[in-house]
Ligand binder design. Structure first.
Ligand SMILES: [Zn+2]
Length: 399
């Protein structure tokens, strides 16, 4: 090891820490904790700067995590382009995962009660501190929308608040899950997959979605593709995917769609609805998932659903404008049961870990969803790729 002044400072700090008995320190074999951490700080619109900060003190309830990777989310892209949440300067990245390198003496188990030790791989979900009413298994809580999450927090004097970094300080009161039994790609996909676990749970409340129902999934971006995967792990195999791009539709087939419909090959909604009906062998869908952010797509989807069928709308994470429907034809006379879905509950988050194992178990190519990987220094590239809508899930992966 090359001993320079920062190494000495770090060694002294670690020795002092262990003498005080305050924190457990990762054994040297897994790499000592450096004296500084690096954060890709969004300091202006479309402007990241890699900032260096001193490694923070780890409190009795805190966990220091070496970041291995983090997915780029649509929310991150909005923040990068327009700062709608007014957070700049901000350390983004909420789809991250990494390894515990240091933890306070009070930290013994994760939010599901699973033991935690140095070297374990973890993810975080929401932070309780501002909302003590939300508990792990509160089924009355519809979702965690509005709760604090790492990667969408205001900057503070710790600075290690987002996963687009090499270290993050997970403070006491945060939810943290031990996911050491999942590989890195699966762990990066947990957050977006939880959105679909929640949507399918919402869909099930209609009582319409059953084993081998006919299901149409409209939109084959990451959300639609993961929707197909979740349905497959539930034993639903009669799935028709609708999108305007053949490349995405081919991926939908790989993910388990039975048949696909390219809306560009059908002129007008009647012809498109016939296309969907043909793809089901002459039947309309029992249930539909609307996974695009397009108001026209929302208007269209009712035409794919049979009388008495159901719809889950989950495409509008942000306001995408108004959609026109005909209440008589689309809802009343067909008696359609509709649910909306947004974000996830903590329980959905934990369910997602099992889903990812099951998806792998039945051979779904989940890892192919991550089409681009960039090191932290190339975070600008990563965001540009995301904004160009190239690929599917873009991820920052640390060496
Ligand atoms: Zn996200």
């Amino acid at each position: 090891m090359d001993i320079n002044s920062s190494n000495i400072e770090q060694i002294v700090r670690q020795v002092l820490d262990s003498m005080n008995g305050n924190t457990a320190v990762a054994p040297a074999a897994s790499g000592a904790v450096p004296a500084t951490a690096h954060v890709a700080m969004l300091t202006g619109l479309e402007k990241f700067e890699i900032k260096e900060y001193p490694m923070p003190t780890v409190g009795d309830d805190d966990i220091l995590v070496r970041v291995e990777g983090c997915g780029v989310c649509g929310t991150d892209a909005h923040e990068y382009k327009r700062d709608p949440f007014g957070l700049i300067p901000v350390a983004l990245g909420h789809e991250g995962t990494g390894e515990i390198v240091k933890m306070g003496k009070n930290v013994k188990v994760d939010s599901a009660g699973k033991p935690l030790k140095l070297g374990d791989k973890v993810v975080t979900c929401m932070i309780f501190k501002d909302n003590p009413d939300i508990t792990m298994y509160d089924l009355n809580k519809q979702n965690v929308g509005g709760a604090d999450v790492y990667g969408l927090l205001p900057d503070d004097n710790v600075h290690l608040n987002g996963w687009f970094s090499d270290y993050i300080l997970v403070r006491g009161g945060s939810t943290v899950f031990n996911v050491s039994d999942l590989d890195l790609d699966s762990r990066i996909l947990i957050e977006p997959c939880a959105v679909l676990i929640h949507a399918v749970e919402r869909a099930k409340t209609t009582g319409i979605l059953r084993f081998n129902s006919r299901v149409v999934v409209q939109g084959c971006g990451p959300i639609g593709l993961i929707c197909i995967a979740v349905l497959r792990t539930m034993g639903i195999e009669n799935i028709v995917a609708v999108d305007g791009e053949d490349k995405r539709l081919n991926f939908a087939k790989e993910m388990g769609a039975n048949a696909v419909v390219n809306f560009k090959n059908h002129k007008g909604i009647e012809a498109l609805a016939d296309g969907v009906k043909d793809a089901f062998g002459g039947y309309l869908a029992d249930f539909a998932f609307q996974c695009t952010g397009s108001p026209v797509a929302h208007s269209n989807i009712y035409k794919f659903i049979r009388n008495g069928g159901g719809l889950c709308e989950l495409g509008f994470f942000i306001n995408g404008g108004d959609a026109t429907i005909n209440p008589h034809f689309d809802i009343c006379s067909k008696e359609i049961t509709t649910v909306g879905s947004w974000v996830y509950t903590l329980r959905d988050y934990a369910t997602t870990f099992d889903f990812l194992k099951r998806a792998k178990g039945i051979g779904l190519p989940m890892e192919k969803l991550i089409t681009h990987k960039y090191p932290l220094e190339q975070i600008d590239e990563a965001f540009k790729t995301n904004l160009k809508m190239e690929g599917l899930k873009i991820a920052i992966v640390n060496k």
